[in-house]
Design a protein around this ligand. Structure first.
Ligand code: SF4
Ligand code: SF4
Length: 392
């Protein structure tokens, strides 16, 4: 988590844009202390409540002031890329107009937050400079910008301070309420998601516990009547709908930033297949939002005759995946798409006996010959029959 989330190591694979994103993230980490202070001030009537932190408060305010400018510049770059350039990574069948509008609204809100923060610092500085009072904290950017406003009176600076204080806090509350409906929910979800990410090698597929149990029972029939064997049989093998997915799959889908880095490296997508790993995550989130509230209202058995499989994600998309794990490797917040894709395939194979022809032939061969090829086990060494081998 320290490396990937706070150090933004995966984001830096694209160094220039990565730097701007990292500035926004690090800025958020610093500026949030100022926001907490504003809430304390607002609730208790204090002025700059965190000044009790002493010299650390100066560091906090100074870095917040500098980051406000850096974040504003980064956001202007991000917005310009979205509005004026055609960036392939932001396109795709899953990227509806709503997704673009959402991204633009969130970026604009962050920009307004930064501008109001800078205005607040200028107003605060100007008020204290003109009134001759003592100020708390250091504001290096505010100090430079205030030189453009030398003509303002104490009263006007006070007005700027109070107006921007209120604009800033109201924007924070609006943004916090908007976030759960937006892709920018990743602001809250990405760090915990990285913390909870699987530490196994990417290529290792988790076993299915209920299958392992069945196999163990078959290998040792004596256990067939034990307590564990009497457990309720699994409702379903694999994943058909949102409720079959693991909690981590849900978490992943809520944390997804829709950045498209996964899709941009997916060999299936690059070669024109229907699969887009970003879409898989977005579909799970959409299905969860559609069915979750109805299940809470009507009980777990609720069925709306729709499912994640087919109504959202087609078989064609699922079977296009090569399980190469490029998507999971590239994702800046360690989302693991192949586990969900494979679990949906497991449902298709185990519950519906549905698979592409080539894979069905492979299954038949394994069943008949104990190997994926169409030759019987006895013929397996035929290739070596004419070789003159000196076998001891
Ligand atoms: S694992 Fe599947 S979805 Fe992910 S990049 Fe590879 S082919 Fe694409
Ligand atoms: S899954 Fe990861 S890489 Fe893909 S769009 Fe979401 S956050 Fe970006």
């Amino acid at each position: 988590m320290l490396m990937v989330a706070f150090g933004q190591t995966k984001i830096f694979r694209k160094p220039v844009l990565g730097l701007f994103h990292a500035l926004v993230f690090w800025g958020f980490c610093v500026i949030i202390f100022g926001s907490i202070e504003m809430v304390i001030d607002g609730l208790t009537g204090t002025e700059k409540a965190l000044k009790i932190l002493g010299p650390f408060y100066d560091v906090l305010m100074a870095s917040g002031d500098i980051f406000a400018l850096l974040v504003a510049v980064s956001i202007i770059i991000f917005l310009s890329r979205r509005l004026f350039f055609h960036i392939k990574r932001f396109e795709g069948i899953e990227m509806k107009r709503k997704s673009h509008t959402d991204a633009n609204i969130s970026l604009s809100l962050i920009l307004l937050l930064m501008l109001s923060l800078m205005a607040m610092n200028i107003g605060y500085l100007g008020y204290h400079q003109t009134a001759g009072g003592l100020k708390d904290g250091i504001y290096p950017i505010g100090r430079i910008l205030i030189t453009f406003l030398t003509g303002l009176s104490t009263e006007n600076f006070k007005l700027v301070y109070e107006a921007s204080w209120w604009s800033h806090i109201l924007l924070i509350f609006f943004f916090a309420n908007y976030l759960p409906y937006s892709k920018h929910f990743h602001v809250f979800m990405s760090v915990p998601n990285v913390f909870l990410s699987r530490l196994d090698p990417l290529g290792k597929l988790p076993n299915m516990d209920n299958i392992t149990r069945e196999v163990k029972l078959m290998l040792d029939p004596n256990t067939a009547f034990t307590a564990s064997a009497a457990e309720t049989p699994p409702e379903r093998f694999g994943v058909k709908d949102a409720e079959d997915a693991s909690w981590k799959n849900y978490f992943d889908s809520l944390a997804c930033t829709q950045c498209g880095r996964c899709t941009s490296v997916c060999p299936a997508n690059i070669t024109g297949k229907k699969l887009s790993p970003r879409k898989v995550m977005m579909d799970l989130r959409a299905r969860m939002k559609e069915k979750g509230p109805l299940m809470i209202k009507n009980g777990r058995e609720f069925n709306d005759n729709r499912s994640l499989l087919r109504d959202y994600i087609s078989e064609e998309e699922l079977w296009a995946c090569t399980t190469c794990n490029a998507c999971a490797r590239e994702c800046p917040i360690n989302i693991n798409h192949p586990t969900l894709i494979v679990d949906m395939r497991r449902y298709l194979v185990m519950e519906e006996a549905s698979a592409p022809g080539e894979i069905k032939a492979l299954f038949n061969n394994i069943e008949k010959n104990g190997a994926p090829w169409q030759f019987s086990a006895e013929d397996r060494l035929l290739w070596a029959k004419d070789l003159e081998l000196n076998i001891h």
